[in-house]
Design a protein around this ligand. Structure first.
Ligand code: GTP
Ligand code: MG
Length: 171
């Protein structure tokens, strides 16, 4: 068949936000793993959509590994940024990391699309995607296409909608 266009995606966000769970759910069911452990450093994963073949850098969100993120910014043609919508205490930390990302020279002047997942929407005390968007001041991002989706990575809800959006934005 036709070879799909290859796209490098960076998956970023704090530890425990659900990055690896999301990426795992985007793979075909026979390629999904049952036991997900905290990521050490990063893992490279692949998944396909109808028109694209994604290579994902699934980065660890732990504080001690976050300094690795910037080494991959240049190669990222798209970013998936995952937020634990129920982790209100660390929303400000997530915002700090997002702001650092947006101000980095390898990101700042590029129109790289950013897909936000307001994840763990199944948790009773989770904030809405609108609230998460407000707390992260996403409306201030004027020079890049971005989109936020509420997701429940355990059930896979919200993921297709997000990936559809991303697929249409990758150049
Ligand atoms: P690091 O690799 O440490 O950066 O974490 P991560 O962002 O990859 O998180 P991971 O996918 O390992 O998930 C962390 C925990 O959150 C796991 O216990 C997941 O099962 C759980 N989790 C992930 N997504 C959801 C969700 O949508 N809802 C609920 N309730 N739990 C979730
Ligand atoms: Mg992980």
């Amino acid at each position: 068949g036709l070879k799909k266009k290859e796209v490098n995606v960076l998956c970023l966000g704090l530890d425990n936000s659900g990055k690896t769970t999301i990426i795992n759910k985007l793979k075909p069911s026979n390629a999904q793993t049952q036991d997900i452990v905290p990521t050490i450093g990063f893992n490279i994963e692949k998944f396909k959509t109808s028109s694209l073949s994604f290579t994902v850098f699934d980065m660890s969100g732990q504080g001690r590994y976050r300094n690795l993120w910037e080494h991959y910014y240049k190669e990222g043609q798209a970013i998936i940024f995952v937020i634990d919508s129920a982790d209100k205490l660390r929303m400000v930390v997530a915002k700090e990391e997002l702001d650092t990302l947006l101000n980095h020279p390898d990101v700042k002047h590029r129109r790289v699309p950013i897909l936000f997942f307001a994840n763990k929407m199944d948790v009773r005390e989770a904030l809405s995607s609108v609230k998460v968007s407000q707390l992260l001041c996403l409306e201030n991002i004027k020079d890049k296409p971005w989109h936020i989706c509420a997701s429940d990575a355990l059930r896979g809800e919200g993921l297709p909608e997000g990936v559809d959006w991303l697929q249409g934005r990758v150049v």
